[in-house]
Ligand binder design. Structure first.
Ligand code: NAD
Ligand code: MG
Length: 300
């Protein structure tokens, strides 16, 4: 099979009344098995060619969705990986870990809530000691909430959770990891189309993603002299547990239909951007950029 097979399958997976997915709801953090249809993380399609041979990567939010697809692709490209996730996501993390082991690579499991800076430091230390070092940090954990609309409906509790998970943890994880990253290493952050085309229902989330773009460019300027590259991937609508866990049902039914390609993407369709940015041979001179994987929505 090849990647066009995944695109064809991705188009066939959206069968909701409005061009999206069947009506469904979950609670955060969401689970993969409860999704209908279960997302495609490239399990049957990604073919590794040794582009990340011998590298060591920590992927936050690595249990499910985009993080799982990145873990599978990284492992098949020859990298050992550590996965960070919330303790209640152990089942999803075990499934991802099994795919990494099937690719004959080592995997380190690092559960913990990254809203706490001590946990961030512990996760980095566990990953570094388990992998014997770190070459790539993928700051991919993130949360949104879109069932209450309007600034008056954004509680302080929600604001704290969204900003701490998406931004504070980004600073804390990066600060802890930089102690271990040397020349040739890189950081890849997960941004969003929401940084460029914000939805009013995601006022808080979209602001964090715009900040992640700014952080990416600015940190790239700071650590460039140390030979460390910093980039971001900005996905469009991707079918992951985050969506049924945070969007209202009517948004799920039409999820992704408003993109130029007319459909949502599958997590496996985003992994290639991360592999490219992580690969020293292909992206050794790429830093401070935000790469869109949006189904055609503009990222400028
Ligand atoms: P997902 O739910 O599969 O992954 C998000 C992960 O974040 C969770 O699995 C969880 O492990 C982790 N996480 C959340 N809160 C955490 C906390 N407090 N501590 C530790 N880990 C925590 O969904 P996904 O869509 O794959 O999300 C991955 C990233 O992609 C997020 O940053 C999200 O904002 C971004 N993104 C997603 C989409 C989309 O349409 N799915 C679009 C643009 C950007
Ligand atoms: Mg998850």
């Amino acid at each position: 099979m090849n990647e066009s097979t995944l695109s064809t399958k991705a188009a066939a997976m959206a069968t909701g009344e409005d061009g999206g997915f069947p009506a469904q709801q979950q609670q955060l953090p969401g689970s993969t098995d409860r999704m209908e249809p279960v997302p495609d993380h490239g399990e049957e399609t990604w073919v590794g060619t040794g582009r990340l041979r011998g590298m060591r990567a920590l992927i936050t939010g690595g249990d499910s969705g985009i993080g799982r697809a990145v873990a599978i692709a990284f492992a098949r490209e020859g990298a050992d990986v550590a996965l960070s996730y919330l303790p209640e996501e152990q089942d999803d993390a075990e499934t991802t870990a099994a795919w990494v082991r099937r690719a004959s690579r080592a995997v380190v499991l690092c559960p913990g809530d990254l809203q706490n800076q001590h946990t961030c430091a512990e996760v980095v230390e566990k990953a570094v000691s388990g992998l014997g070092g770190m070459d790539v940090l993928v700051n991919n954990a993130g949360v949104q909430m879109a069932r209450d609309h309007g600034i008056e409906d954004i509680s302080d509790e929600r604001l704290d959770r969204v900003f701490k998970t998406n931004l504070y943890a980004l600073f804390w994880m990066t600060r802890a990891a930089l102690k271990h990253l040397t020349r040739g290493a890189c950081i890849i952050n997960t941004s969003s189309i929401q940084a460029f085309e914000p939805s009013p229902a995601l006022l808080d989330y979209a602001s964090t993603k715009a900040a992640i773009n700014n952080f990416t460019v600015n940190l790239a300027a700071e650590v460039g002299q140390r030979g460390i590259r910093v980039n971001a991937v900005a996905p469009g609508p991707i079918w992951t547990p985050l969506q049924p866990a945070t969007q209202p049902e009517d948004k799920i039914k039409a999820f992704g239909a408003d993109t130029p390609l007319g459909r949502a993407g599958q997590p496996g369709e985003v992994a290639g951007a991360f592999v490219f940015l992580a690969s020293p041979a292909e992206a050794g001179y790429v830093s401070g950029t935000v790469l869109g994987v949006t189904g055609g929505k503009p990222v400028f």
